[in-house]
Write a protein that binds this ligand. Sequence first.
Ligand code: MN
Length: 497
Amino acid sequence: MKIEVLDTTLRDGEQTPGISLNSTKKLRIATKLDEIGVNSIEAGSAITSDGEREAIKEITSQGLNAEIVSFSRTLIKDVDYCLECDVDAVNIVVPTSDLHLKYKLKKSQDEMLNDAVKVTEYAKDHGLVVELAAEDSTRTDIEYLRRIFKATIDAGADRICPCDTLGILTPLKSFNFFKSLTDLGVPISAHCHNDFGLAVANTLSAIDGGARRFHGTINGIGERAGNAALEEVVVSLDTLYKDENNNKKYITDIQIDQLYKTSKLVSRLSNAYLAPNKPIVGENAFAHESGIHADGVIKNSATYEPITPELVGHRRRFVIGKHVGTKGLDNRLKELGITVEKENLNEIFHKVKDLGDKGKTVTDTDLEAIAEHVLNIEQEKKIKLDEVTIVSGNKIRPTASIKMDIEDKEIIEADVGIGPVDAAINAVNKGIKNYANVKLEEYHVDAVTGGTDALIEVIIKLSSDDKIISARATEPDIINASVEAYIDGVNRLLERK
Ligand code: MN
């Protein structure tokens, strides 16, 4: 059974508090969504603003394979704006619950129905594909819901979408609700919200009940608790459902091995933090620390992984910490290019456990340092940091001066930046330019604890030629943490040369 996918990352997803995507970012995301096989892309809401229309036009002008959809209310002027943006389809959203009709719109059921029919006819007359979305339909009188769907289907609506706007369905209710609408004769879309953490479960049940399309967003971003996460629904459909002959029961057009990359792109462009334990695409989705688990996964990954990371384009990670076992540790050391004898391995193992007991995650850098110490192959760091001085404030251009020791030469440099961290890194770059040619690929900051005295963890990714390395530092001072992580990364890149 084919299930079609409508991605609404650029519309419902963009309604996430604090997320705003400019047209360049929207275009990059739309291009990626098209590339991975999304059937319909809801690019935005044409009525919103000039900028939004510019973004939608930019997307419709690309000649993508996906159907490009705009949100529209039951107003002719909304459809006109959609037409101006040259979209293929409109998602006409009709509030149908008494609460929405009475308090939001002050309209009767019949008035709303007439508006919906009028706008559907208008959109159809102008060549648009129409999906009729009933907002808050799971709190709508079912007789009225069926009446408005029937009337708009008669007026030409191509698909219907009863929306669980507040995420109040349960999987069983969702199954029955969608099943009860299958007799209406047009494809049904599921649009589920995640207020109770059930958006994905309810979407899957809706599909079992007869929905043939679903709406989702990458990483599940969206208003409040978000929408159904596209990647979770797609991978669940692919992996968990089999027919009586043990064939896949549902198929989608999505290239599953691109999902991790797509997730990364969306979280980077939207600046939306992705929880490490997010299913499928989170950084811990295929990470193992416990010795028992790591040992099992090394012998046969199916012992503790329901799918392989490769399936979704992710990677397996063994996190070294207090739960590590010797096999996992040996494996990680080999991946870092370090081979050790058994007695050395035991010594490294105990040092790692010690660090783990102190509450530290043992990073690759830590592990390399420990191994090098135990094996007595410690290399002298090429670049040593002596001093960092920052001048910053609301009327001052952030300025940094830095004193380093590079191959026993004292290097002093200063530079400005858009912020103090930027200024400090710029100064370091000036100082090391004759020794290393590095590019900062990623920069990530987390407050490890709460409060203004929080420990700050900086994680960076640096590249030089074709080598990429990550380094991190944890400090109460964000500038020191950034500079330390940066210099540590550069040193390690130089060692690898
Ligand atoms: Mn929604």
